[in-house]
Design a binder for this molecule. Structure first.
Ligand code: SF4
Ligand code: SF4
Ligand code: SF4
Length: 319
């Protein structure tokens, strides 16, 4: 295996960003507003019985952006994961996460290849070209932008968790502690950075050149060029070129991806399957998800009451 390569750190330093709808604290007025929107959205689903998400049919833009992750350059320093926490105003920004969660939109897994060698693998949303989460979302809370990133609108989300079930990479996490049950996932720093021409915070923070941001088609060409130039350093496979119909996050690796815990979803877009299922059972599935969520919240409240925990509302201070 090639020794770790180093590259001059990027000059741009990561700064705290504006709070997104994902991270914004909810006050009571927000709660009522969300509840109203959620009920209206659910009513819409129940009445029409035909609503399936729309954005999956959008063809990827030729200039869509992406991130190339070169695992042979990753040192496992966690700068990316910590910068992500800062950029997204997550708690404990000095503690490296070990899994995707509401408080961590990316993390660096430590995997072992077939030879027992440690490999660092940054994981986050893959930003699929044909995102199953978007297809599964009945209310359009997840959306594929023309630039590539898959973004989330907390105001539209009804907490049904369809996106969680649909995602072939196990990415979205669900906030059980929030009365509105919000979803959390990487949005490729779209609103805070990419939409204004800046690279994502994690890319900027990486001191090893393991993360590269740019147009997906150019990153793909660069990845294949790296493999051709250094065939001894890489497996001949760019993960994300074909997986699940293609993703905007691409990986290069020295070890076969299946040895490093990468999902093997095949090369067909997942939305085709998700939409077929959704078209058949929208009301039943939504009812089950809503019921499960309601039961969970009731149980949590009982647990709080039995523990004589004080009832606390989300912060009431206006943004
Ligand atoms: S990886 Fe999952 S959450 Fe991310 S875009 Fe694809 S389907 Fe959606
Ligand atoms: S693109 Fe932004 S939100 Fe996604 S992992 Fe990187 S820093 Fe986090
Ligand atoms: S900052 Fe770069 S080198 Fe450090 S863990 Fe993240 S991807 Fe790997």
């Amino acid at each position: 295996m090639r020794t770790q390569r180093t590259r001059t750190p990027h000059a741009d330093t990561t700064k705290p960003e504006e709070a997104t709808p994902l991270t914004r604290k909810l006050n009571r007025r927000d709660f009522v507003r969300h509840a109203g929107l959620g009920m209206a959205a659910m009513a819409n689903v129940v009445l029409t019985e035909t609503k399936t998400a729309q954005a999956s049919s959008a063809e990827p833009d030729a200039d869509a952006v992406g991130v190339l992750i070169d695992l042979t350059r990753c040192t496992g320093c966690n700068s990316c994961a910590l910068a992500c926490k800062v950029a997204n105003r997550k708690p404990n920004p000095e503690v490296a996460p070990t899994e995707l969660s509401n408080d961590a939109l990316t993390y660096v897994a430590v995997e072992k290849d077939a030879q027992g060698e440690r490999r660092f693998v940054k994981r986050q949303c893959m930003h699929c070209l044909h995102p199953a989460c978007v297809s599964a979302c009945t209310v359009g809370a997840l959306r594929k932008t023309i630039e590539g990133p898959i973004v989330y609108d907390a105001y539209k989300c009804i907490g049904c968790r369809y996106c969680q079930y649909a995602c072939p990479f196990g990415v979205p996490t669900y906030d059980w502690n929030n009365p509105l049950g919000l979803i959390h996932k990487c949005q490729m720093c779209f609103q805070q950075r990419v939409a204004t021409g800046k690279p994502p915070a994690c890319v900027t923070a990486c001191p090893s050149g393991a993360l590269r941001f740019g147009k997906r088609r150019e990153l793909l060409a660069q990845a294949h060029a790296e493999i051709a130039t250094h065939p001894q350093d890489y497996v001949d496979h760019v993960y994300g070129e074909q997986e699940a119909g293609g993703t905007s996050v691409l990986y290069l690796s020295a070890a076969p991806f299946e040895q490093l815990g990468f999902a093997q979803p095949g090369s067909s877009p997942i939305p085709q399957t998700a939409e077929a299922v959704m078209a058949l059972t929208p009301v039943v599935a939504l009812s089950v998800a809503t019921l499960a969520t309601g039961m969970h919240l009731i149980l949590r409240r009982r647990q709080h009451r039995d523990n004589v925990a004080p009832v606390t509302w989300p912060e009431t201070k206006e943004d």
